[in-house]
Design a protein around this ligand. Structure first.
Ligand code: PLP
Length: 417
């Protein structure tokens, strides 16, 4: 164990790294420094083995089978729903809908909530810092129904102008959609306060938890959000699985999103009745191997402890910010020193006139994986006045040595220009 890895006395990042085989590989003959965790996280051995083990030992289609394997697979799938429920502290597994990811969860909501509650002249509020997947489905709903999309602006330091909420919220507002943590700025939005304000105006709230769920404990009942979406692959689980949480009172009233097997009660050519929650929203064979692997990932992080993960990552983020701020000509977006919002493990920056793509490509040659571009947040790029940024995003398996490598890499690239 090196001193640089040991930030919190009881957090052994080096031991944790050994659970992630890919972290010990090399790229271009150099040790991999993986700082693209906001795009997707690496998978611990336990998750990969859960997938292999289910295919080897328990594979059969779920819910409809009377035979042993089908019952085993169904048990694993439904136990996974309970694991998700506990992880975000939902009141009931009826409120946990499995989807392909955050994007599908929001599309499901935009369609189904739109059908149940929206009509011409109504309004949806989003914020200027949303990922495209929390903008475009709402735009599509607005186009379908003749509605208006309203946008909550932000200050230059990246904090939302929450004082503008009272002017945006009105009797035509049907839903407020907000990201918990910006995938570009890495700041934690004060969603609990925003939800309270929206509820005072009688407006329900969707929280996009794609970038919060991996970094700190989520309690949907304490937040009192009406809907919450997240992706399995961003929290050390497999690709292709995600979750939409919704309060039962809304889900009961919302119509199905897709038709097919599983979501029905009885079908005839004259009339079809729908299954109970949450199956009403889960047409077709679910990714039951994926849900089990997602539950394995949630158990893995829960075993480490989300509060310990949060403390370690906040410390690492503070270290990264302190080191990056010493880089000449660097511009870090958001993370204003002294800002009231918490810093999360995502840091976007540009250095002088070096194009973000050049920076990313040259860092890659040094074995350092960062993301460059607009990060699926073009309206936010426009607000920041840039075409794109370099984004380093951290996980609990990253260390101070990774940050040092990034800073040294940036320095090397800077000297080349
Ligand atoms: N919302 C946010 C804030 C994100 O960062 C992302 C992905 O980067 C998404 C939504 C979409 O997630 P997915 O592509 O897993 O559906």
């Amino acid at each position: 164990m090196t001193a640089t890895t040991h930030i919190l006395p009881d957090f052994d990042a080096e031991a944790i790294r050994s659970d992630f085989p890919i972290l010990s590989r090399e790229v271009y003959g150099r040790p991999l420094v993986y700082l693209d965790n906001a795009a997707t996280t690496q998978k611990p051995r336990a998750v990969v083995e859960a997938i292999a083990s289910e295919y080897y030992n328990e594979n059969a289609n779920v819910h409809r089978g009377v035979h042993f394997l089908s019952q085993k697979a169904t048990e694993l799938h439904e136990a996974s729903r309970e694991t998700v429920r506990q992880f975000i502290n939902a009141g009931s597994t009826s409120e946990i809908i499995f989807t392909r990811g955050t994007t599908e969860a929001i599309n499901l909501l935009a369609f189904s909530f739109g059908e149940a509650y929206c009509q011409a002249g109504d309004e949806i509020i989003v914020t200027v810092m949303e990922h495209h997947s929390n903008i475009v489905p709402w735009q599509m709903l607005c186009q379908r129904k003749g509605m208006q999309l309203r946008v909550l602006p932000m200050n230059d330091d990246g904090t939302l102008q929450t004082d503008q909420l009272s002017t945006l919220l009105n009797s035509r507002t049907r839903l407020l959609c907000i990201t918990h943590v910006s995938n570009v700025l890495g700041q934690v939005n004060p969603v609990a306060d925003i939800i309270r304000t929206a509820h005072e105006a009688g407006v329900p709230v969707l929280v996009d938890g794609a970038q919060s769920t991996p970094h700190f404990a989520i309690d949907v009942q304490a937040l009192d959000c009406d809907f919450f979406a997240f992706s399995g692959h961003k929290i050390y689980g497999p690709t292709g699985v995600g979750v939409l949480f919704g309060k039962q009172k809304y889900l009961e009233e919302m119509p199905p999103y897709q038709g097919g097997g599983e979501m029905i009660d009885h079908v005839s050519f004259d009339h079809t009745t729908y299954n109970q929650l949450p199956y009403k929203f889960e047409a077709g064979t679910p990714d039951y191997v994926g849900t089990h692997a997602l539950a394995t990932a949630l158990q893995y992080v829960s075993h480490i402890g989300m509060d310990r993960i949060a403390a370690y990552e906040r410390d690492l983020t503070a270290y990264a910010l302190s080191q990056l701020r010493n880089v000449p000509d660097i511009h870090i977006y958001g993370h204003a020193p002294g800002a009231t919002t918490a810093d999360d493990a995502v840091i976007s920056f540009n250095v002088g006139h070096i194009h973000h793509l050049d920076m990313g490509t040259l860092l890659d040659r040094l074995g350092i994986a960062v993301r460059t571009g607009h990060h699926c947040a073009e309206p936010l790029m426009r607000r920041l006045g840039v075409e794109g940024t370099v984004r380093a995003s951290l996980a609990f398996y990253n260390t101070r040595a990774d940050i040092d490598a990034l800073v040294a890499g940036i320095d090397r690239v800077r000297k080349m220009f």
